[in-house]
Design a protein around this ligand. Structure first.
Ligand SMILES: Cc1ncc(COP(=O)(O)O)c(C=O)c1O
Length: 327
């Protein structure tokens, strides 16, 4: 356990040290825009990914609350739910995941959650929101059995969870200084919005001037913008910093493709381009679609480099592309 930035306690899941900031030289040449990758697929816990950062702070809170279990939920291909369960395990908490839909043979993240011994249940309802009531019901059951569950919403999207990316902003700020880089924009995929919110709050705190561009890959962009603003304000309050302004929130729509959790043609093409030029795999549900948006903007001449792109993880869904997933 360490006390991180802002005095918030954090339980180390990441091995320590920053994730790499790397030039994507061959991709940059293809696009005519200087692109750098922030490799948060390499956060070093489980198969990596952005969710590890928030979990470090959430787990410390669970411990402070004296909890003995963790309850969350999402779709069976959720990177979040799998990583939350894994993190709970290493903290000695019993992990419970509620998935929407009906029981199915374990694959991808669902398979990894099962390997990790997670108590898994299905709502029997394909509506993603069915998870919310089922999480509350499972938590109530655990409580009535004398347990102390720590309950987290889909995606772990809470102001405290977003502090993970306030911290990441500081980490990145130092890396940019070291590299002598002053990017205008940082692009990422946005789902439950906690990651973007943390980056927005971090940018305000640091007065970085970097525009955080979120590409909506699950919720409508207007809904995302409102969520990012709320979560960023909450994270800023925890950090004791100024609340972001409406102009600090930039969410782009039009890149969802056939739907949430389903690969898009533009995303497939962008992921293939990145694999071919940089040897980096982008997950089909989040990062591939965000890269599809960046590629389209670059080809339209709408981006001025240098730009940082957040490679946010999601390796398990590389093997289940086309199946549903959840933030
Ligand atoms: C690989 C990956 N990238 C991006 C995101 C989006 O992050 P957020 O839900 O914080 O918006 C997620 C969310 O689960 C994810 O798993």
């Amino acid at each position: 356990v360490t006390t991180g930035l802002l005095g918030r306690r954090r339980i180390r899941l990441m091995p320590g040290g920053p994730t790499p900031l790397q030039p994507a030289a061959r991709l940059s040449e293809e696009l005519g825009v200087e692109v750098w990758f922030k490799r948060d697929d390499l956060t070093g816990f489980g198969l990596g990914g952005n969710k590890v950062r928030g979990l470090e702070f959430l787990l410390a809170d669970a411990e402070d609350c004296g909890c003995d279990s963790l309850v969350t939920g999402a779709g069976p291909q959720s990177n979040w739910a799998m990583l939350a369960a894994l993190a709970a395990n290493v903290q000695g908490l019993r992990a419970h995941i509620v998935y929407y839909g009906t029981p199915q043979p374990p694959a991808g993240n669902h398979l990894l959650a099962c390997i990790a011994g997670t108590a898994v249940e299905f709502t029997g309802d394909t509506d993603r929101a069915s998870v919310d009531a089922a999480i509350a019901a499972r938590a109530a059951q655990l409580q009535s059995d004398g347990g102390r569950p720590y309950v987290l919403p889909r995606g772990g999207a809470t102001p405290l969870g977003s502090i993970g990316y306030v911290n990441a902003s500081v980490e990145l700020h130092q890396q940019l200084l070291d590299a002598g880089l002053a990017p205008r924009e940082l692009w990422l995929a946005t789902g439950s919005c906690g990651t973007q919110a943390g980056l927005v709050a971090g940018g305000v705190w640091l007065r970085s001037g970097i525009r955080i561009v979120g590409v909506a890959v699950s919720r409508p962009p207007q809904e995302c913008a409102a969520r990012v603003a709320d979560l960023a304000a909450g994270a800023a309050a925890l950090a004791g910093s100024d609340a972001p302004l409406a102009g600090d929130v930039d969410v782009r729509g039009g890149h969802l493709g056939p739907g949430y959790g389903v690969a898009s043609a533009a995303g497939r093409e962008a992921a293939a381009l990145v694999a071919r030029t940089e040897g980096v795999f982008l997950d089909p549900v989040f990062a591939a679609k965000a890269m599809g948006a960046l590629v389209a903007a670059a080809r339209a001449g709408d981006v001025i480099g240098p730009v940082v792109f957040l490679v946010s993880g999601g390796a398990p869904t590389l093997f289940t592309a086309g199946q549903e997933a959840a933030a």
